[in-house]
Write a new protein. Sequence first.
Length: 287
Amino acid sequence: MTKALSWLLAGRREAATHLLLAPAALWLLFMLVIPALGMVALSFATNGPYGVIQWTFTLENYQRAFHPKYLPVLLRTLGFAGSATAICLLLGYPLAYYLSFRAGKWRNALLVGLMIPFWSSCLVAFYSWMIVLGKEGMLNNVLIHFGFLSQPIGFLYSPFAILLGLVYFYLPFTVLPLYASLEKVPRSYIEAAYDLGASRWTAFFKVTLPLSMPGVIAGCLLTFIPCLGDFLTAEILGGPRYYLLGNLISNQFLMAQDWPFGAALTSLLLVGLVAGLWTYQRWEESL
C-alpha cells in the first residue's frame, strides 16, 4: 500500500494532486454542498399541520420572504452588519498596520492576544458583556464614580450592545486579512516614495493603501458575511426589540416549526453571500 502510494505521488502529478485534494473535497461535499442543496430543496416544500413537511413543490415560501413586513428586519440586519464592518475596518486597519510595520518583537504576542476571543465560548463572552453592560455592571459603576452619570442607564439590550458584541467577536476577521495584505507590501516601494519627496501620509495614500486594498475588501467581506447571519449577539445583548435576520431564521426552525420558510430565508441569504463572494473573486482576478 505504501509503495503504491509513493509510486502514485511520485510518478503522476495530476493523479497525485487529485489524491491530495480528495479528503478536503469529500469533507466540503458532505458537510457543505449536500446540506446546502438539501436546504434549497426544503425551501420548495410545504409546511403541513403540526410542522410536518409536505414535499409538494411551491414558491409560497419565497413569496412570503419578500413580504413587506420582513423589510424592516432585513434593513436592520444590513444596518448592523454594515456598521459593525465599518467600525471593525476603522479599528482594524491601524492595528494591522502597527502589527505589520511597527510591532517588532511584540508582533507574535499581539497576534496571540488578537485571537483570545476565540479561545472561549461566545456564550461565555456575551454573558460577560451582560455583566459589564448591566445597570449594576462595571461600566455604569465606573461612569457614576467619575461623575459622568448621576444614575445607571441601560447599555444592555440596545443597539450599542449589539454593535459592541459584533465588533468584539468579528474584529479579528478584519485584522488578519489586512495584516496578511500589508505584510506583502514591498517596503522598497515605500522607501522609493520617500526618496521622491513624498511625506508619510502621501506615501500611505499613494502606495500602502492601494496595495492593501485586497486585504481591505477581504476583511470587509469576512466580517460582513457572518454579521448578516449572526443571531446570538442580538438574542443575548439586544433582546427582543432588535430582531435580525438570523433571529428570524432561527425562530422558524426552533419555535415556529416552519422549516420550509426558514429554508427559503436561508437559501436567499446563501445566494446573496455567494453572489458577493463571486463578485469579489472576479474583481480580484481583474486586478
